[in-house]
Design a binder for this molecule. Sequence first.
Ligand code: CTP
Length: 401
Amino acid sequence: MEIVVGVTGGIAAYKTVHLVRLLIGDGHNVHVVPTPDALRFVGLPTWEAISRNRVTTSVHEDVPQVRHVALGQAAELIIVAPATANTLASMAAGLAHDLLGTTLLASRAPVLVAPAMHTEMWQHPATQANMATLRARGVQVVGPDDGPLTGGDSGPGRMSEPEAIHAAAVALLQRRHDLAGLTIAVSAGGTREPIDPVRFIGNRSSGRQGVALAVAAAERGAQVLLASANIDGDVLAEARRPGVEITQAGSAAELSELMAQLATRADVVIMAAAVADYRVVEVSDGKLTKESGGVPTIRLTENEDILAGLASRRRPGQTIVGFAAETARGDELLERGRRKRRRKGVDLLAVNEVGWTTGFGVADNKLVILDAADAVTSEAAGSKREVADALLDAVLAARRA
Ligand code: CTP
């Protein structure tokens, strides 16, 4: 495979020499792209000798080959190790002031970064905000490790060992295209049950987790059918890409009809949307006003359980995945999850801790995944993208079993 290794200006660059050797040993064609600063730590001849490819830091060399974009376009994986605080900030801002910057911007390949810096720099809110941006964009992160740093101090900030970065790269390459040939229907967002023309009963689901699932599945080669229930334009924009077909649904009844249609085409159905359990019996044609008289009483009736319906009608070989939004914690969380999985009859249930400040509307998420035997197959915490990848791994494992 074509792999670009970006090296930036940190002392850990000497460890990246070994990483490049490991990648070459696997038979990959490695192009090293150092930043000018990186060459203060390890010189250009070392990179050329070890990678057996020409190395430059300049966007003005090899102009006939349009090197500044050619490397990124051809890359099947980009690794940045060490990734300094400065480089991570540039990446988050999308800067293209050197060959590594242009290469990263010109590429659609997965990106793996191995941060390396002093603890204070790593923990600085600016760096953490940049990391959150990069993670949300799908950048994978390995490390940093906690241990002795160059100045004699110690703490989180040490670049991961070359073997660990290599293992993360191998895992990433294995995930590429591992969902090719599968059609995956995903519902995302939250339903709105109308009360009158201007009011509804809704919930706080932003749709971010479902969108992250759609994006991750598409990047891993799946054909994705995304049912979007009231997702903000900004959030949904992430999913507008080749391989993702988006259809809108408003209420639970609309989502139910849409999912039934999509499920006929899908090998895997994932219900990540937060569906209202109840709807209003008498939706008022006109706006309810104070003149309508007194405090209104809104009578509710139960909605169909979309997920349970999809599971009971599943075709042979179809995998049905549910989410469980729970405010319980610990053993009670798992027990509630297990009861819900059995009640719905699904193959996998992703149990999601939610609360006033967790789960809904926030960037990070935490899941415990239960399989059809009620066993915990995996636990995932991190960005919604990382959690999405873990759930898709569990889907593949369930389909192989
Ligand atoms: N779900 C559904 N149809 C409903 C309610 C929920 O398809 N009418 C799906 C959700 O999309 C999710 C799963 O069922 O995948 C669990 O949703 P959750 O709200 O956690 O469970 P409920 O069935 O609503 O149970 P409870 O409110 O009692 O926790």
